[in-house]
Design a protein around this ligand. Sequence first.
Ligand SMILES: Nc1ncnc2c1ncn2[C@@H]1O[C@H](COP(=O)(O)OP(=O)(O)O)[C@@H](O)[C@H]1O
Ligand SMILES: [Mg+2]
Length: 332
Amino acid sequence: MFGRYEVVRRIGRGGMGVVYAAVHRDLKRDVALKLLSPDLALADHHRRRFSREAEILARLESTHIITVYDAGAQDGWLYIATQLVVEGDLSALLETVGPLSIPLALELIAQTAEGLADAHDSGVLHRDIKPSNVLVRRDRHGRPHALLCDLGISTLLDADHTKTGGVIGTYGYLAPERHEGVEASVASDVYALGCLLWALLTGSPPYEGTDMEVALGHLRAPIRQLEGDSSLVEQTNVVLARSMAKRPEHRFQTAGELRQAVLAIVESMDRPAADAGPGRGQGSGLGSGSTATGHGAARARSAALRELVVVAGLGVLALLVLVLVLGRLNGS
Ligand SMILES: Nc1ncnc2c1ncn2[C@@H]1O[C@H](COP(=O)(O)OP(=O)(O)O)[C@@H](O)[C@H]1O
Ligand SMILES: [Mg+2]
């Protein structure tokens, strides 16, 4: 037991603490319990950062950001209890199934972009967008639902954080200007989202190697592009180019803009004339069949239509039988 929580198992470990699956004793609600150990909690800046995450989560209300239930201190440990996502994060998903199909990757990016836009609208920068900080669960209809988590190093847009200085965030997803000491911004979050799209499509961040090589990649190497010439690949490459542009002013200006661009591709896949041949990065994943977008959605709709016809047919048949039986009864 940990206070009012019964700890079930460990589900994650990150920079600041350990995350457990737990159950609230009285409410019987499943939660994810993120703990900051007493030795870390001794340091003032750790305590502040940890508590700020709970506060920030509490003020964000978004379909695509994890919901916080409770936070506090227990036996010297600081804790945050949030909505539990048993399915896990995108990094684990990539490890198990490899690169995702373009439609599924776009769907997840559109959702993550919505969460990020909601954070930005509330004046909060995420600052650490990467696969392990996006959880994916299945909704009631079995469709993937992305939820941003880990706002531990997020900052308020209007806060004066120049004093804290230093680069925090993951090198693989860190915008070029951040490697030159420029503070995090909406533009650097948008850049990281572009890198996340690349990682979902290929299984790896855009630039790899030593910290220096990765930094140089972000600063100078060409923006990563998928191979292939289908219209789906071409449109996805435009989104990659505009989110990972080297100069902040050349990027989508907001996460909402990025989302709109991604949704436009998804809609164009729904149009029958669209050429949506496979490109690089067409991995197995949850499979395009399981996504709510593109051909998946079109297929789902025609399947639903078929089901409707079958159900209607069965209804008419049942009515006929009833009329016949009633007729017989009347006659006899
Ligand atoms: N609500 C949750 N449901 C399921 N798993 C979670 C949840 N929150 C975190 N995790 C898992 O724990 C890992 C670490 O949590 P995170 O909040 O990212 O902390 P850190 O600051 O330590 O990176 C995540 O990458 C994820 O795998
Ligand atoms: Mg994390």
